[in-house]
Ligand binder design. Structure first.
Ligand code: FES
Length: 244
């Protein structure tokens, strides 16, 4: 468990942008009257989307909107590591360093971040463009090592690829996210190696193995909805007093 405290540098005030008013109302309306505190995570997320991080005035404002004591909102904000408690750069770089990514070279990705952003995590780069942090598995282990920038994943990285990626962002470009070695999503490099026969998917094998006059079900036939089990198995309704 990491120690999570609010930043010593805090803004004087916070207000949600007026255009966020309808979304706040929508989030609060998802819960029954008196349970509006359940929208706290949604509002913290919205505040973070607006400012990049969660400040003390933001926590106070959310507590006011949801009629929650400040400490209750603070507990949520400091518990979940997805909430940034200090200012971040224009691009927040989250580097996965969990075992599969580490085995595949996340140390080189971290080294590139140290070189191109700042030697220490949670530090905004001199030009304000970036900050970086280590995170636990982001669920893209098949394409390890990887990192997340904004809402996008960049995968199959190494040191030089990470440096090129950061430099592209620094120039104002937005590189294409996803697999970084030319493969399609998480397919094997060079393309699929197994289950490549189209007959596996078009009913061809079914027709062949049924043989003779029985052609088996075509793909379209197999996908046609049938009578529901609840209709098939429902007992026949009888009038009251009828013989059983
Ligand atoms: S270990 Fe890095 S994405 Fe899962």
């Amino acid at each position: 468990m990491s120690l999570r405290r609010l930043s010593p540098d805090q803004p004087a005030s916070f207000a949600f942008k007026p255009e966020h008013g309808p979304r706040i109302k929508r989030e609060v309306a998802k819960y029954p009257p008196g349970r509006q505190a359940s929208a706290v995570i949604a509002l913290l997320r919205l505040g973070q989307e607006q400012e990049g991080w969660v400040s003390k005035p933001m926590i106070e404002e959310i507590g006011r909107i949801l009629s929650m004591p400040y400490i209750r909102v603070l507990e949520v904000a400091t518990f979940y590591t997805m909430f940034n408690l200090e200012p971040v750069g224009e691009h927040l770089v989250q580097v996965c360093t969990t075992t599969p990514c580490w085995l595949r070279g996340s140390d080189d990705v971290v080294a590139a971040c140290k070189k191109h952003i700042a030697p220490k995590p949670h530090t905004v780069s001199a030009d304000g463009k970036f900050s970086w942090m280590e995170v636990e598995c982001l669920g893209a282990c098949v394409n390890a090592p990887m990192l997340q920038i904004g809402k996008d994943f960049y995968e199959d990285l190494d040191g030089p690829k990470t440096e090129a990626l950061l430099e592209a962002f620094r120039r104002g470009e937005t590189p294409k996210p996803g697999a970084g070695n030319g493969r399609h999503t998480s397919e094997p490099e060079g393309g699929a190696l197994t289950l490549k026969d189209p007959k596996l998917y078009d009913g061809g094998y079914s027709r062949k193995t049924n043989g003779g006059g029985d052609e088996g079900a075509t793909d379209a036939e197999a996908k046609r909805p049938t009578q529901g089990a609840s209709d098939r198995d429902a007992p026949v309704q009888k009038p009251p007093g009828a013989a059983t």
